[in-house]
Design a protein around this ligand. Structure first.
Ligand SMILES: [Mn+2]
Length: 608
């Protein structure tokens, strides 16, 4: 109260001073125009008086008292965009001519997407309106907070970076966009220096560029942008995104109603090869498993009934979200001890929920994102920053649940030093944040059913040894996703072999590699069908495996096919089961006979 009074006195002083100044100097102004200039000046004086990071929107006087809602669509723009034709327009797939295709590979290796094609597509290309039909008629509060859009980038390609900024400026009500802040995480590409400064100065007056003096990673870069932002709301975007029609009001309305709110747009897919713009899906709630892989939970019945309304989501995907600057800084921003990238989406999500906030996904706000076809940038630290980040998040926010994370890889976590977390613990104490158990029972209440903290024991695990050629065991050959598996000389210890020979016939009824998210996957139905490593989907089908201790056969799928091998090429593959073929017989390091005997009732439900 006293503070308000003091602020009021200051206002009166400053505005009084300005008024006096104006009347003295500009005597010739008419009453009307004086009032107008006063408004402008008053606005400036106001923002100077306050903490620049805590936008004035959330202070007195209260906004939207009459709950007036308006149609924020820019129909003029929508009509203009509908007329556009050309490469990539309307979000259609683009194609290169033969001559252009020569350049393609070189730039693909640098970017992980088709940068040559991107350069041929207009910076303000048109996009298809793929929102739910109901979004077209939706109205939003007439008074919405202003926005600073923060876009960190590292060696981003020219046209994808600028298209990110251009799409924001094009498809946002100008009065709501205070600035777009591009944060350069010490890029090394020459065109991202003077050439970018010059282009932006000449063509995009609302775009500011912040340069970091050394490569600091995504988290530090986002914080650097947020620190100089002046508007009420911070919106973080990736540097290769495109904002779609009327994307802003659905993100801002829930924040206008309560500043302790974070809202994520739906993330659409921009194809890395042909730049086609398409939907990923029609929404899901964000979650995680106990190795901290980002996962998704199904929408709730009430969410499905209201397909245009924002729905609660336990965890954000990470790259694209809006949050009031006021709440962001009350939460201490990101933990500055988090390095490069990874885990920051969990940190922020947990503290938003545990410290009295809420998080939504807004189906009527859609932003396209290029999911790279290839990761062009290596580890800038030469050490495992990811485990350290995860452990910091777990130590500060997850209470007793942190053990479930650590138990997935005990040695790695034990040997990781988290550094000083006292500042984070102090924030948790100061804001009287709720325990993690509350988050797990009230927000992510259906997570443990799908991702049990303690995994039911495997049906079998350890080495898979050939009965016909006992010197040979199945081996990942150090291959990663989409790679094949083969045979190699067996490890001495069949129960605890090194990780490339340690497999798990898990309770999901799939065959997993150790500490990985990769499963044996067979999509061919030909003889000698290849087995490839793919992300475990937990949906059985291609990844369904069963071991029969009596016959010693490893059966794949439901069509009576079995793991087979060739000792000469050291290859493994799948063929129709033949009980008389010794090459189809295998011995596990460890078999859980109790659970194998209860195959139909133990573990994940058998999918028919
Ligand atoms: Mn990205």
């Amino acid at each position: 109260m006293r503070r308000n009074l003091r602020t009021l006195v200051k206002y009166v002083f400053v505005s009084g001073g300005v008024l006096l100044f104006l009347t003295l100097i500009i005597r010739s102004f008419s009453v009307d125009s004086k009032a107008q200039s006063l408004n402008g000046l008053f606005g400036q004086a106001e923002s100077l008086l306050q903490h620049a990071r805590q936008g004035s929107f959330f202070n007195e006087p209260a906004k939207n008292v009459h709950q007036k809602r308006i149609d924020w669509h820019n129909y003029e723009l929508i009509h203009e965009e509908a007329k556009r034709v050309g490469i990539g327009e309307q979000g259609k797939a683009g194609h290169l001519s033969e001559k252009e295709a020569e350049m393609k590979d070189k730039l693909f290796k640098k970017n992980g997407f088709n940068a040559v094609l991107s350069d041929l597509i207009s910076l303000n290309r048109s996009l298809p309106d793929i929102r739910h039909r109901g979004c077209r008629k939706k109205q939003y509060l007439s008074e919405l907070p202003t926005v600073s859009v923060v876009v960190p980038f590292y060696n981003e390609h020219w046209s994808t970076l600028l298209r990110t900024a251009a799409s924001v400026l094009l498809r946002s009500p100008p009065e709501l966009i205070a600035e777009v802040i591009l944060v350069d995480d010490c890029s090394t590409k020459e065109f991202l220096k003077d050439q970018l400064d010059q282009f932006v100065a000449e063509n995009m007056p609302k775009v500011k560029i912040v340069r970091l003096p050394e490569r600091s990673g995504l988290i530090t870069a986002r914080l650097a942008g947020a620190k100089v932002a002046t508007a009420d709301v911070l919106i973080f975007l990736d540097s290769h995104t495109e904002a779609n029609v009327n994307w802003l009001p659905p993100l801002l309305e829930p924040i206008a109603e309560d500043y302790r709110t974070c809202v994520c747009p739906f993330i659409d897919v921009i194809d890395w090869d042909n730049f086609e713009y398409r939907a990923q899906d029609e929404g899901a709630r964000g979650a995680f498993d106990w190795k901290f892989f980002y996962k998704r939970l199904p929408l709730l019945p009430k969410d499905l009934q209201n397909p245009t309304e924002p729905f609660e989501s336990p965890v954000m995907a990470g790259g694209l979200f809006a949050i009031s600057a006021k709440f962001f800084w009350e939460l201490g921003g990101y933990d500055e001890g988090l390095d490069i990238w990874g885990g920051e989406q969990y940190e922020l999500s947990f503290k938003i929920w545990q410290c009295g906030g809420r998080m939504y996904d807004a189906p009527c706000s859609r932003v396209g994102h290029i999911y790279r076809g290839y990761a062009p940038f290596g580890n800038p630290r030469k050490k495992d920053f990811l485990t350290r980040n995860y452990k910091r998040v777990a130590e500060v926010w997850m209470d007793e649940y942190k053990e479930y994370l650590y138990m997935r890889d005990p040695k790695k976590y034990e040997n990781t030093d988290v550094g000083d977390i006292s500042k984070q613990l102090a924030i948790r104490e100061k804001l009287q944040c709720k325990p993690f158990k509350w988050f797990m029972t009230h927000v992510a209440f259906d997570l443990v059913e799908k991702y049990p903290p303690i995994e039911p024991p495997d049906f079998a695990n350890g080495a898979i040894q050939s009965v016909a050629h006992p010197a040979l065991c199945v081996d990942t050959l150090n291959n990663g996703e989409k790679g094949t598996i083969g045979l190699y000389s067996c490890a001495e210890d069949k129960k605890q072999p090194q990780s490339n020979q340690f497999f798990q016939l898990s309770w999901h009824r799939d065959l997993r590699i150790k500490f990985g998210e990769m499963c044996w996957d067979v999509s061919e139905s030909v003889p000698n069908a290849k087995i490839l490593l793919y992300h475990c989907h937990g949906g059985q089908g291609n990844q369904l495996w069963r071991y029969e201790p009596d016959s010693q056969m490893l059966k794949q799928g439901k069509n009576n096919r079995c793991l087979d091998m060739d000792p000469n090429t050291r290859a493994v593959f799948v063929n129709p089961c033949d009980g008389a073929n010794p090459r189809q017989k295998w011995r596990w390091g460890f078999v859980n006979t109790t659970s194998i005997d209860q195959w139909d009732t133990y573990g994940a439900k058998v999918i028919e």
